[in-house]
Design a protein around this ligand. Structure first.
Ligand code: CS2
Length: 466
């Protein structure tokens, strides 16, 4: 079959039926592969009468917005199991814009029909300090706050939270109704965390706006899960050859999907539960289980398995040395998970191993290794600190820290340009210090409690010397 460009008109012509374009009720910030495979996919599955259109904005790179916009918001999701592919065209995105088009974001947020803002900008994109509060020393945050205070053009805003504040200010000015902000990044208690950061940032611009956000805006915590590797040219070919669409927006993901949410939606929401989402009263157990077991294992492997010559999670997990490092970290982590709900940890661990072993999902360790500072803080450090508090060494987690440090020291991946981090300037500066000093400073960048514990510093030094 000759492949045709994927557009609404093309799809209507091929299916012989008209497509209703849903009105925009959801704004999404961070139009990457994960959003397309997760929140956009859930919404498309459940919104059968086209009530919940998404206006999505990219983060730093406008490419995805341009590609998706030229396809009228449409894209293909390939669900890739260990043996076969299933493809579906997702129709929930009705507008795609470059994130720097802040005027459009502000206009939309002032629209009373907008009920929800979902966010996927990665852990590092929130620009938080190690204590989880807004990082008031970050130059981009400082410049955004200056701009917001001076009432300068919103187009100059560079941080996601700064842009969101400009939009919330417009909503308040026009008397807009309450809405829900739903962060979908891998961070614990992400609803209250983003609420505290926005309230604090707003307080330094306009105390009345800060009070309005605290009272009128609902923040929903979520735990999100779906392994979504970067799309390759071969994936685009698959869709062209098997489905006949020239689609630049293809995403590949595993069949597994999970979404746990906790909080209120004052202006309503799609029935995501119809596609398996769960609404709970207490999110912490689910979040910690996912962040420590899945993401913790990912980060551990991304630094230690590459040294053993592996490129993907699926290759690493069948190497007995890597598997045992993961199992050891899990053994430490599960001791500190909340016990208020039955987390079925045995089944969860077995299922994770199955997912990691899916060789048809090419999840590259190099992709996971980026932004180690923000990721280690969330995925590994809590387990080490809990182990230390229990009087043990937290050895498996310390191995992950040592793995990261070996990659940011001279000669490691950072120096070859194959690892990126929003904290790169401080990390680079620290890595040029004499080695023992570098280890202490690098640990303190992740969390000062690590560098303040001599047993952790010694543990890392020993591994790096071995
Ligand atoms: C990964 C996650 O890149 C990474 O840091 O650990 O993207 C992971 O694949 C997802 O959280 C799975 O839900």
């Amino acid at each position: 079959m000759d492949a045709a460009p994927l557009t609404r008109a093309g799809l209507e012509a091929r299916s012989g039926t008209g497509m209703r374009r849903a009105p925009i009720r959801i704004i999404h910030l961070g139009l990457g592969a994960f959003h397309r495979a997760h929140q956009a996919w859930y919404t498309a599955r459940v919104d059968t009468d086209a009530q919940w259109g998404i206006a999505a904005f990219t983060g730093r790179n406008p490419l995805a917005a341009n590609e998706i916009a030229s396809q009228d918001g449409l894209f293909t999701v390939i669900e890739r199991s260990g043996t076969s592919d299933t493809t579906n065209i997702v129709t929930s995105i009705v507008e795609a814009s470059d994130g720097s088009h802040v005027e459009r974001l502000v206009e939309l947020l002032a629209d009373p029909d907008i009920a929800i803002v979902t966010i996927t900008i990665t852990e590092a994109g929130y620009r938080l300090a190690p204590d989880g509060r807004a990082d008031m020393t970050d130059p981009v945050v400082i410049s955004d706050l200056d701009l917001l205070r001076s009432g300068g053009p919103v187009a100059g805003l560079r941080s996601t939270l700064g842009r969101l504040l400009a939009g919330l200010a417009a909503r308040r000015r026009t008397g807009g109704p309450a809405l829900a902000i739903v962060p979908c990044d891998n961070m614990p208690e992400n609803g209250p965390l983003v609420r505290a950061a926005l309230v604090e940032l707003a307080a330094s611009v306009d105390p009345a706006l800060s009070a309005w956000i605290a009272e009128e805006v609902a923040f929903v915590s979520t735990s999100v899960d779906r392994i979504t590797p970067r799309t390759t040219p071969a994936d685009l070919n698959t869709v062209a050859e098997t489905d006949g669409w020239i689609d630049a927006g293809v995403v590949v993901t595993e069949p597994f999907h999970d979404w746990v949410l906790c909080g209120d939606f004052p202006a309503g929401r799609p029935r995501w539960e119809d596609a398996g989402a769960r609404f709970v009263d207490e999110i912490a157990p689910f979040e910690s289980r996912k962040l420590w077991l899945l993401n913790g294992a990912h980060s551990l492997l991304s630094y230690t398995a590459r040294q053993r010559g592996h490129d993907t999670v699926a290759q690493a997990i069948v190497d007995p040395t890597c598997l045992s490092a993961v199992e050891q970290f899990w053994d430490e982590a599960v001791l500190h998970l909340p016990t208020s709900v039955d987390l079925r940890l045995g089944d969860y661990r077995d299922a994770l191993l199955q997912r990691f072993r899916n060789t048809r999902i090419e999840h590259r360790l190099a992709q996971i290794a980026n932004d180690g500072v923000a990721k280690l803080r969330i995925r590994i450090v809590p387990v080490i600190l809990a182990e230390r508090a229990a009087g043990r060494d937290g050895t498996a987690g310390v191995k992950a820290l040592a793995g990261w440090i070996s990659q940011v020291l001279p000669g490691g991946l950072l120096s070859t340009g194959s690892l990126t981090d929003v904290h790169e300037p401080e990390v680079r500066a620290a890595s040029t210090l004499p080695r023992d000093e570098a280890i202490v400073v690098l640990l303190s960048i992740i969390d000062p409690r690590l560098s303040g514990d001599i047993s952790i510093v010694d543990g890392v030094t020993e591994i790096l010397t071995a």
